[in-house]
Design a protein. Structure first.
Length: 328
C-alpha cells in the first residue's frame, strides 16, 4: 500500500507537514514567481482531490503540471491512518473540524444537489483547503481599512452624498435598470418607482432608500426577485464576522490572485465593508468561489444577486454610506 505523503514528497520535494494530509512545500514553479516567495506560499494536500496550491499566479502552468503528476501518482487506492487511529481513504476529505467526510457522502451530496460527483469533490476539497490556508491568506494579503483608503486609485471617500451616489452610478452600463429603496420597497406595483434607468437616478439623487442590489433588473419590473434580474451583475462580497481590517485580505486575494475585477469598496457606515466585483462568468466558477469565500468567513447569501446591499450616498444613523476605494 502506498503512503500518499511519500508520493507527494516525491513530486514537490520535502514537505513541512502542518497536519496529517497537508503541508507547506516549495512551489514547483518558484522560478517563475514575479513577487518575493514566502515560506508559506505553497501547500500540498493529499485528501479529496489531491492538490498543490500556490498564492502566486505566474507559476500556474508549472503548478498545473505538478498537480497532474500528483493526481496520477495518487490515482490508485490508498489509505492513511490518522493520529487517533481513524482511517482516511483516497477520495475522503479531512475537514477543518478534524472529522472525515467519507467519499460516499460526497457522492450523496452531489446527487442531492444535482451536481456531478467529481465537481462535488472539488467543492468539498476547496472548502477544506480554504480553511487550511486561511491564516496564511489573511497574513499574506493583509489590507487594513486605513491602507485601503490611502491606496484608492481615485480619491472618493470625502465626496459629498450626491457625488458619492453619482460616482457609484458610473459603475453601471448606461442602459441598466437599477433598484434603489429600502428592504421592503419591492413586490407591489407602487414600487415601480424604485426601479429606474441610471440616467433617472442621476437626476433624482440618493433619496429613495438606503439599499440597492448588485444586479440590474428587467425594465418595467416592480419586484426585486432573481427572475427579474437582467444585464449587469456585480458580486458584492461581505462578511458578518470579519472586521474592516480583515475583509480587505479577501478583497485583495480575489483581485490579485483569483483575478476577479474589483470596481469599488463601500463603507456601509456600520461594521463592514462591501467589495464590488465582477460576478463569476459561469455556475462552476460561482460554486467554487462560494466554497472558498464561505470558508474564509464571507456571507453565502451574497451569491443571491437580488440581495439588498447598502448604497453609497445615503445616511445610516447619521453616518454616510460611502465609497472608500474606487478603481481608476
Ligand atoms: Zn508558485
Amino acid at each position: 500500500m502506498i503512503d500518499p505523503r511519500q508520493v507527494a514528497a516525491g513530486i514537490v520535494g520535502a514537505v513541512d507537514w502542518q497536519g496529517p494530509v497537508s503541508g507547506f512545500c516549495r512551489c514547483p514553479g518558484e522560478s517563475l514567481h514575479t513577487h518575493r516567495t514566502g515560506k508559506k506560499d505553497c501547500r500540498v494536500c493529499v485528501d479529496g482531490v489531491p492538490t498543490i496550491y500556490c498564492f502566486h499566479t505566474s507559476c500556474a502552468p508549472a503548478v498545473a503540471e505538478a498537480n497532474k503528476r500528483l493526481r496520477r501518482g495518487l490515482g490508485t487506492p490508498w489509505t492513511l491512518m490518522l493520529p487517533g487511529g481513524k482511517i482516511l481513504r483516497a477520495g475522503d476529505v479531512l475537514q477543518a473540524s478534524g472529522t472525515i467526510l467519507p467519499r460516499e457522502v460526497v457522492v450523496a451530496r452531489a446527487k442531492a444537489a444535482g451536481r456531478d460527483p467529481g465537481e462535488q469533490l472539488v467543492l468539498e476539497t476547496l472548502a477544506a483547503l480554504a480553511a487550511r490556508f486561511r491564516p496564511e491568506l489573511f497574513e499574506k494579503f493583509h489590507w487594513p481599512f486605513a491602507q485601503i483608503m490611502e491606496e484608492s486609485p481615485l480619491l472618493v471617500a470625502n465626496r459629498d452624498p450626491d457625488d458619492q451616489f453619482r460616482t457609484w452610478l458610473k459603475l453601471w452600463p448606461a442602459c441598466s435598470t437599477v433598484w434603489v429603496g429600502d428592504v421592503f420597497s419591492s413586490g407591489k406595483p407602487e414600487h415601480r418607482t424604485h426601479f429606474r434607468p441610471v440616467a433617472e437616478w442621476y437626476q433624482i439623487g440618493p433619496v429613495m432608500g438606503n439599499y440597492t442590489c448588485g444586479a440590474a433588473f428587467r425594465p418595467g419590473t416592480y419586484s426585486r426577485s432573481n427572475e427579474n434580474i437582467e444585464g449587469q451583475r456585480f458580486l458584492v462580497v461581505e462578511s458578518d464576522t470579519l472586521t474592516k481590517d480583515q475583509i480587505g485580505a479577501v478583497f485583495a486575494y480575489m483581485n490579485q490572485r483569483l483575478r476577479y475585477n474589483l470596481h469599488a469598496i463601500i463603507d456601509t457606515a456600520g461594521k463592514s465593508l462591501h467589495g464590488w466585483f465582477d460576478a463569476p462568468p459561469n455556475k462552476v466558477m460561482e460554486g467554487r468561489l462560494k466554497a472558498g469565500l464561505t470558508a474564509f468567513g464571507c456571507d453565502p447569501k451574497l451569491f443571491t444577486y437580488s440581495q439588498p446591499v447598502r448604497v453609497p450616498g445615503a445616511f445610516r444613523d447619521g453616518k454616510l454610506q460611502r465609497i472608500v476605494w474606487l478603481k481608476n
